[in-house]
Design a protein around this ligand. Structure first.
Ligand code: FNR
Length: 368
């Protein structure tokens, strides 16, 4: 029996409902991780290794969860990250996420492989609503250039280049479901022969350029004025390289555990990265984001205490959208907001700028 929306009390609840109502192939595509799914599970579990050191007797009558991301003011320190094929979960697709993001004044990252067209997703946004573009770099750079220029013209405020997917990971759940209905325009527009027996992910991704390298970064900086962020960085050496390359941000991410199994969680990599940047006094030279396994406001708060500017959230909004449409996405965001306010109050912080490393105990990460 499907619970009513009001019976969803946290982000995990949407997952259970989505699983019971979604088509098998759609569920397989959204929920799968690479290989043994160890990284996918660890993404959330890693947050359990960090504990709070709350302050008391701070005035927390008024709590402000707002912050900025790449210069844009947002009401909460998370964004809707890019997830492909929104129409697998809901016939309206990604525009539902656009409307939810609008209502709560958070940013949506538009995927290259969206089910709706890029313009449909831009058109669904209201004046002033901030959107970013997630970019899979095409082997044909003229195609990539057109996509980037068009996004800039449409007002996108950030270009997130995915760097953790030179080849799509093996998501066996997805492969087994013998995906045969992309239900989107991406496959025809990529123009390749697709092997449907390899699952949804591989069927639509054959255009991605595995030769993409650091040498290409100057070209991207030349062709756009949008800030450039590398999505999928996984070690401090590459964060330093990104800063030296002149990009504006990185997302410490393992693609929701869908690429390299045994990649470390974003939160764990963040704990490795921040002390090194602070040692060089480089922490303000780049904006650091993480994603993967963020399910509770406490997860978000831990990431911000460590030094992240914000976090991306993927599957929970897909599940909320698949189970309940826009009201589901709305409620998921409202639940996060309520959790955020309460937990900031309980650790003695009335604004996001109060969050700092002294408020957490990271000894459980075993890095000391
Ligand atoms: C993704 N992700 C992703 N990333 C990307 O750069 N391009 C893409 O097309 C997609 N597509 C995609 C589809 C689905 C169904 C999922 C679940 C994820 C990865 C995504 O941006 C993000 O890194 C993770 O989803 C974060 O982990 P959580 O929040 O899903 O645990």
């Amino acid at each position: 029996r499907m619970p009513i929306l009001e019976q969803c009390y946290n982000l995990m609840d949407f997952e259970a409902v989505a699983r019971s109502v979604m088509k098998k192939t759609a569920w397989a595509y959204y929920s799968s991780g690479a290989d043994d799914e160890i990284t996918m599970r660890e993404n959330h579990n890693a947050f359990h290794k960090i504990w709070f050191r709350p302050r008391v007797l701070e005035d927390v009558e008024h709590v402000d969860t707002s912050t900025t991301m790449l210069g844009a003011k947002v009401s909460m320190p998370f964004y809707v990250t890019a997830t492909a094929l929104g129409k697998l979960g809901n016939p309206e697709g990604e525009v539902i996420l656009t409307r939810g993001a609008k209502k709560h004044n958070v940013i949506q990252m538009i995927p290259t492989l969206a089910s709706c067209s890029f313009d449909e997703i831009c058109d669904a946004a209201e004046d002033g609503q901030v959107q970013w573009l997630q970019l899979y770099v095409n082997k044909d750079r003229a195609v990539t250039k057109r996509i980037v220029e068009h996004a800039e013209k449409r007002g996108c405020k950030g270009l997130f280049i995915t760097v953790d997917a030179p080849q799509l990971g093996r998501r066996e759940k997805d492969m087994r479901s013998k995906f045969d209905d992309v239900g989107s325009n991406v496959q025809s527009s990529s123009g390749d022969d697709v092997d449907r027996s390899q699952g949804a992910a591989r069927a639509i991704s054959s255009f991605i350029d595995p030769s993409l390298s650091w040498k290409d970064i100057p070209w991207f900086l030349e062709i756009t004025k949008m800030p450039i962020i590398l999505k999928g960085v996984q070690r401090v050496e590459d964060v330093i390289r990104a800063i030296e390359a002149g990009v504006h941000g990185v997302v410490l991410s393992n693609h929701g555990g869908r690429q390299l199994d045994f990649a470390r969680s974003g939160i764990e990599v963040l704990a490795e990265v921040m002390p090194v940047l602070r040692e060089r006094n480089w922490q303000d030279r780049i904006e650091i984001y993480i994603d993967g396994g963020v399910r509770r406001a406490t997860d978000i708060i831990k990431a911000l205490c460590l030094g992240a500017k914000g976090v991306g959230i993927g599957r929970p909004f897909l599940y909320a959208m698949s189970a309940y449409g826009l009201p589901g996405v709305d409620r998921a965001m409202q639940l996060l907001k309520d959790e955020m306010e309460m937990n900031m109050r309980l650790i003695g912080c009335s604004s996001v700028s109060d969050l700092n490393p002294t408020l957490i105990d990271t000894r459980g990460l075993g890095m000391h």
